[in-house]
Design a binder for this molecule. Structure first.
Ligand code: DOR
Length: 443
C-alpha cells in the first residue's frame, strides 16, 4: 500500500502571467494535484482547499541563473541549505549556482553532488554550472562534456574571466556540440584596477575606479569568438554601454549570444557611493555604474537586447564586509530582492509590462540553460510564484534567510513582493515564511 497522500490545491481568480505560452489571463481558476497542474474542472479538485488568488499574479518557474552558494568550502558565507531557503523566500523556484566554490565545481562528481544536495533539500530546483577551465585557473579546459552528462547546464569561470581567447574559442566550439552555453564574466584584468566605477564619485572619495571599457573590450572579443565558432555565448551581469552595443551587433548578425543584467545595476548607480561612502556594501563586480549607463541598461532590457535578469547573489560574512573598502570582498546578497527589484526597476515606472519582465526571469533563463517547460498546462510541474504587485515594502536584510546581509538596497522601498512559492506542487514559502519541514526528493 502506498503511504503517499494525495495533495492538491485550487487557486481562484488569479492573474496567470505565463511567458512560456505568452498568456496573460485575468482572473483564472486553476488546480494542482500531486505536483502537477490539472484542468480547473477536474472533479478530483473539489476535495482540496481553495486559495483566493484575486489581486495576485501567478508566474511559473522563476529561475535565478546566477547565484553563489559557497558550498563546498566557504560555508560561513552561505550553504546550499541557506541559499535554497533564500531562493524560496525570494519567490524563486530554480537556481543555477556558479562553480567558484572551494574546490571549484569542475568535475562530474561535484556536479552530481550539487544536484543531490538540491534534491535532498527539496526547496528549489538546482541547475549546476560547471567551470570552463580546470579549477577556473584559465589554463586548460575542464571536463565539460562529462559534467554536461551529469547535469551541468552551462559553463563559467564566473568571478573571473576566461582570459585566453584561444581557450574561450575552444570552449565555445566544444560546448556548442552538446549543446550548452559558455557564460563569461567579461573583465579585462589589466584595465580593471579599481574597486568601484571610474568616474567623478570614485575620484571624490579617492577610490581607484574601473572603467566600463574593462568589461566591454572582452564582450566585444567574446562576440567575435561567438561569430567565429557558432557557439552559444551568454554574457553575465552586463554593465556597460559599449557591451550593449556589442550584444546588439551580435543579435543583428544572428550569433548565438544572450545577455543578463542584475537588479542592482538597474536600480542603483554609482551615486549610491555618495550615500554609503566607504561602506563596502556597494562594492560589487562589475561595479555600480553611472546614472547614464543605468538608464541605458533599463532601455536595453526594454528593447529586448537583454534576455535574462539574474541576481548574482554573492553572500559574504558580515565580518568580511566590515573590512575597509580596499579589503572587503565584492558582492551583493541578491536572491531575496531579485523579483521585487526587477518589478521596481521596470514595471513600477511603466517601462515594461509584467509579462516582458517575467519573461526575463523565466523563459529567458530556461533558454540559456537549455531547459524546457511547457508553461501552466495540465501535466506540467506545478512550480510557481504568487506575487502581490501592490505590496510596498522596505528592504531589511535582517529578514533575509541568506547568511549574506550585504546589500546597498537596504532601506529602499520596493514595489511588488513574492508572497508564496511552490515547487512540484508543494509550498516552499507562504506569507514570507519558508516551509522546509519534511521536504525532499525533488525530481
Ligand atoms: O561581486 C561579485 N561577487 N562579482 C563576481 O563576479 C563574483 C562574486 C562572488 O563570488 O563573490
Amino acid at each position: 500500500m502506498s503511504t503517499e497522500r494525495t495533495t492538491g490545491v485550487r487557486i481562484r481568480g488569479v492573474r496567470v502571467i505565463d511567458p512560456f505560452r505568452d498568456v496573460d489571463s485575468l482572473e483564472e481558476d486553476l488546480g494542482i494535484i500531486d505536483g502537477v497542474f490539472v484542468r480547473a474542472d477536474d472533479p478530483e479538485l473539489m476535495r482540496f482547499p481553495a486559495l483566493d488568488g484575486r489581486g495576485l499574479w501567478l508566474v511559473p518557474r522563476i529561475v535565478d541563473m546566477h547565484v553563489h552558494f559557497r558550498e563546498p568550502g566557504q560555508t560561513w558565507k552561505e550553504t546550499f541549505h541557506t541559499g535554497c531557503r533564500a531562493a524560496a523566500h525570494g519567490g524563486v523556484t530554480g537556481v543555477a549556482p556558479m562553480p567558484n566554490t572551494t574546490p571549484v565545481i569542475d568535475t562530474p562528481e561535484w556536479v552530481e553532488w550539487e544536484i543531490q544536495r538540491g534534491r535532498d533539500i527539496g526547496l528549489v530546483r538546482v541547475f549546476p554550472i560547471g567551470a570552463v577551465t580546470q579549477q577556473s585557473r584559465g589554463e586548460a579546459l575542464a571536463e565539460l562534456f562529462r559534467m554536461y552528462q551529469k547535469g551541468a547546464r552551462a559553463f563559467s569561470d564566473d568571478g573571473r574571466p576566461v582570459t585566453s581567447s584561444a581557450l574561450m574559442r575552444s570552449a565555445l566550439s566544444y560546448a556548442a556540440t552538446f549543446p550548452a552555453a559558455v557564460i563569461n564574466h567579461a573583465e579585462d584584468l589589466s584595465l580593471a584596477a579599481g574597486w568601484c566605477n571610474e568616474g567623478a564619485l570614485a575620484q571624490q572619495l579617492g577610490l581607484p575606479g574601473t572603467p566600463e571599457a574593462a568589461e566591454a573590450v572582452m564582450v566585444w572579443r567574446d562576440v567575435i569568438l561567438a561569430g567565429l565558432t557558432g557557439g552559444r555565448l551568454h554574457e553575465a551581469h552586463v554593465s556597460s554601454i559599449e557591451s550593449l552595443n556589442a550584444i546588439r551587433y551580435a543579435k543583428t548578425q544572428n550569433f548565438r549570444v544572450t545577455a543578463e543584467v542584475t537588479p542592482h545595476h538597474l536600480l542603483l548607480s554609482d551615486e549610491a557611493l555618495a550615500r554609503w561612502r566607504y561602506d563596502p556594501v556597494t562594492k560589487v563586480n562589475p561595479p555600480l555604474r553611472s546614472a547614464a549607463t543605468r538608464e541605458a541598461l533599463l532601455h536595453a532590457v526594454k528593447a529586448g537586447d537583454i534576455d535574462v535578469i539574474a541576481s548574482d547573489h554573492a553572500p559574504h560574512h558580515a565580518d568580511e564586509k566590515n573590512l575597509s573598502y580596499a579589503e572587503a570582498p565584492y558582492g551583493i546578497s541578491g536572491l531575496e530582492t531579485l523579483v521585487a527589484g526587477a518589478l521596481t526597476a521596470l514595471v513600477d515606472p511603466g517601462l515594461m509590462s509584467p509579462m516582458e519582465v517575467m519573461r526575463r526571469l523565466t523563459a529567458g533563463p530556461h533558454r540559456v540553460l537549455g531547459l524546457t517547460y511547457p508553461g501552466v498546462v495540465p501535466g506540467a510541474a506545478a512550480d510557481l510564484t504568487l506575487i502581490d504587485p501592490r505590496q510596498r515594502w522596505r528592504v531589511d536584510p535582517a529578514q533575509f534567510y541568506s547568511k549574506g546581509r550585504n546589500t546597498p538596497l537596504a532601506g529602499m522601498t520596493l514595489v511588488g513582493q513574492a508572497v508564496a512559492t511552490m515547487v512540484q506542487g508543494r509550498w516552499t514559502m507562504r506569507d514570507g515564511e519558508v516551509l522546509d519541514e519534511g521536504l525532499s526528493n525533488l525530481h
